[in-house]
Design a protein around this ligand. Structure first.
Ligand SMILES: [Zn+2]
Length: 114
């Protein structure tokens, strides 16, 4: 399919940005850290600029935030059970319904929790 001039400009702009920013591997680490602590000004700026140009990292951020919110609604026993692969049916339902009402990526987590 033929790209429009606008799509070509967008692609060139994204390449321009990404050549000047840290690679996705480093951005993924920043994304993980952003869930645990407040990033510094420079880190936030680098992250935001990278996300403007990189769809996969943007998705990774959304999914990470979503999973983090899923973990937040679990108590310690449920977290333990999740890691052992033995989450009870009632806990699954409770977590799913909390996420359905809160988050845009509910379908993803419903798949994740089975
Ligand atoms: Zn990226």
């Amino acid at each position: 399919m033929e790209m429009t001039t606008r799509q070509k400009l967008r692609r060139e702009f994204n390449r321009f940005l990404l050549r000047r920013l840290p690679p996705c591997k480093e951005i993924a680490m920043l994304i993980s850290q952003s869930l645990d602590r407040r990033l510094g000004l420079r880190e936030r700026l680098v992250l935001r600029l990278h996300l403007v140009a990189c769809r996969p990292c943007e998705r990774y951020l959304q999914q990470s935030e979503f999973l983090s919110s899923a973990i937040d609604v679990m108590n310690d026993d449920e977290k333990e059970a999740l890691y052992e692969g033995a989450l009870s049916a009632s806990a699954r339902e409770r977590i799913k319904s909390a996420l359905r009402s809160a988050a845009p990526l509910a379908a993803f987590t419903c798949l994740f929790l089975g």
